[in-house]
Design a protein around this ligand. Structure first.
Ligand SMILES: O=C(O)C[C@H]1C=CC(=O)O1
Length: 96
């Protein structure tokens, strides 16, 4: 199942910079693990914001929920999820 996921990150004023660096490093490692597994299919930076637009390929709504809520930066994120399905005109076999 494919989902578009929009993540906006807000860093609270006074947030410990070293703690933030640790969270970012942990987030990057988890992201790259999920990217290698094919679960986090695509990511783009939103120009001018600490935000991204991503495409996830997961087994179920619950699977996506589990992934998103355990991301290291999750406590700092505002997340919007949009369900996607195959477009009838696509030429890509892996769009499901
Ligand atoms: O930078 C971000 O958009 C937040 C998050 C998503 C992947 C990653 O490495 O960090």
């Amino acid at each position: 199942m494919l989902f578009k996921v929009e993540m906006d990150i807000t860093i609270p004023p006074g947030f410990d910079p070293d703690g933030l660096d640790r969270l970012k490093a942990a987030e990057k490692a988890r992201f790259q693990e999920l990217q290698r597994a094919g679960t986090w299919r695509h990511i783009w930076r939103v120009v001018g914001r600490y935000a991204n637009v991503s495409i996830f390929d997961v087994e179920s709504n619950a699977h996506l929920h589990d992934i998103l809520t355990t991301l290291p930066l999750y406590p700092l994120m505002t997340i919007t999820v949009t369900a996607l399905c195959r477009h009838p005109s696509t030429i890509h076999d892996d769009d499901r």
